[in-house]
Design a protein around this ligand. Sequence first.
Ligand SMILES: [Fe+2]
Length: 229
Amino acid sequence: MVIREFTIKTLICQSVSPVVLSKSLIINDTLMAYEMTSPNPGELAGISAKTNEIHHDKLYAGYVTKRNEITEKQKSFTDEQLSAANQIFSEWRGLKEGETFATNGMILHEVFFDILGGDGNPDGTTIKDVIMNQWGTWERFVGEFTATAMGARGWAILAFDRSDNALHIYAADSQNHGGVWGATPVLPCDVYEHGYFIDFGSDRKGYIAAFLKNVNWARVEERFTAASR
Ligand SMILES: [Fe+2]
């Protein structure tokens, strides 16, 4: 049986900010399990408690559970099982595909729920100044963010990208497609239908507007500061 342990050093190398580090449970230098770290925001303006109950308590929880399950499953693979890895179909390939989907699902939902619960007012934050500097006007930023959220099939993500030390609005059609290496999400908008269909039906634009009205920009600022320091 192949046993592989995740050490703190490995975790730090894979992480991009202290915020990300906080989600793991570390005992005796070994990463034991991932845990949910962002609370259910409850009822928000325009976004119901029912939506958040399903979204947070079942779906977000499911990504964390599956990431733990996949991590444990990989440890149990024998050398013989590893040698059967194949790009067309293999158990190892299936685990690896699921691993990135579950991992990004966990991370993006963690940030998504963490930055909700505010009043949508960015005044007084540094990140507003940075956004204004990059996009020219707040309205232009909101316009591009909304257009990206309308055009994406999974997520619109304002991220701080280490490759050019700038903010970008990236589109992801799925949790494990469209991500950019080295970019840290600070404002992800989940546009999978489970995020809005109960409250908005097919009116995705209405949901995006409601999402922006509930953003806690102080939390976005903290994540931006951690990512860009
Ligand atoms: Fe979601």
